[in-house]
Design a protein around this ligand. Structure first.
Ligand SMILES: NC(=O)c1ccc[n+]([C@@H]2O[C@H](COP(=O)([O-])OP(=O)(O)OC[C@H]3O[C@@H](n4cnc5c(N)ncnc54)[C@H](O)[C@@H]3O)[C@@H](O)[C@H]2O)c1
Length: 251
């Protein structure tokens, strides 16, 4: 068991990558706080974990709001103790060029995808240090490495997540905190429901060299490794899992 005795807090854990990671962490022995904006989705992930004999609690939190983030962390500490692992994974992915996207959608994306990482890290790092250290994982994305057309706010937010990851890694390495970013390419999750199979397949044909779809479980495997002691010398890293998308311009 790679996470025996560990406590993990996962955001955006009601579906997709967060849900798969919560299940994977619990299977490896962690007690998991499953946080999501919609409580019902978090509760169904908790039921799936409990059905396998794992331990988890469901928390409702909008990670863009500092009061919600504080409450989410307080409730995790009250239930299990200070998390050893914080997985900042919640995100939204609005489309639009600079001249298309509304100011409200811009703020929403930057607050949910980027400010949330700052809020949770700011809140949890002091108790983590006091408890002897911990691991912070952030879901960025390949669009944070290279921008994508029609994805201005999202590309900016994910680029910010990458350098915030590095900042946290540098600033707290001597305090026992590791911080890494995961950059998925196209992952088959509800986030991409608006991208129907014909358009999706045409996109993958052009941009993803390896054939096939990346599932949330593949990202969860990477998160599990980075959260575990096997990665004890890895911090400030940006880990791409994209079927080769970033290797070149076209597949
Ligand atoms: N699916 C992809 O192709 C892909 C690619 C790169 C990066 N990502 C990133 O992976 C992360 C997880 O996305 P996913 O693909 O699993 O999608 P998803 O839609 O299945 O999961 C996102 C979850 O975040 C939750 N959420 C949204 N706003 C929230 C908020 N304000 N507070 C708390 N929870 C909130 C949603 O309810 C949902 O459960 C996101 O950060 C996303 O940007 C996804």
């Amino acid at each position: 068991m790679k996470l025996r005795g560990k406590i993990a807090l996962v955001t955006g854990a009601g579906s997709g990558i967060g849900a798969a990671s919560s299940v994977a962490f619990a299977r490896e022995g962690a007690r998991v706080a499953v946080a999501n904006r919609t409580l019902a989705k978090a509760e169904s992930v908790v039921r799936a974990i409990e059905a396998e004999g794992g331990r988890a609690i469901a928390l409702r939190a909008d990670v863009s709001l500092s009061a919600d983030v504080q409450r989410m962390i307080d409730r995790t500490i009250a239930a299990y103790g200070v998390p050893d692992i914080l997985f900042n994974n919640a995100g939204v992915s609005p489309s639009g060029r600079v001249t298309d996207i509304s100011e409200a959608d811009w703020d929403d994306c930057l607050n949910i995808d980027l400010k949330s990482v700052f809020l949770a890290a700011r809140c949890l790092i002091p108790p983590m240090i006091e408890a002897g250290g911990g691991v912070i994982l952030n879901t960025a994305g390949t669009f944070g490495i290279r921008a994508a057309r029609n994805k201005a706010a999202y590309s900016v937010a994910k680029a910010g997540v990458i350098n915030l990851t590095r900042s946290i890694a540098l600033d707290y390495a001597r305090d026992g905190i590791r911080c890494n970013a995961i950059c998925p390419g196209y992952v088959d999750t509800p986030l991409n429901d608006s991208f129907p199979p014909p358009a999706r397949d045409a996109f993958l044909e052009v941009y993803q060299p390896l054939p096939g779809l990346i599932g949330a479980e593949a990202i969860a495997e990477m998160a599990l490794y980075l959260a575990s002691d096997a990665a004890s010398m890895i911090t400030g890293g940006v880990f791409v899992l994209d079927g080769g998308q970033q290797a070149g311009l076209y597949a």
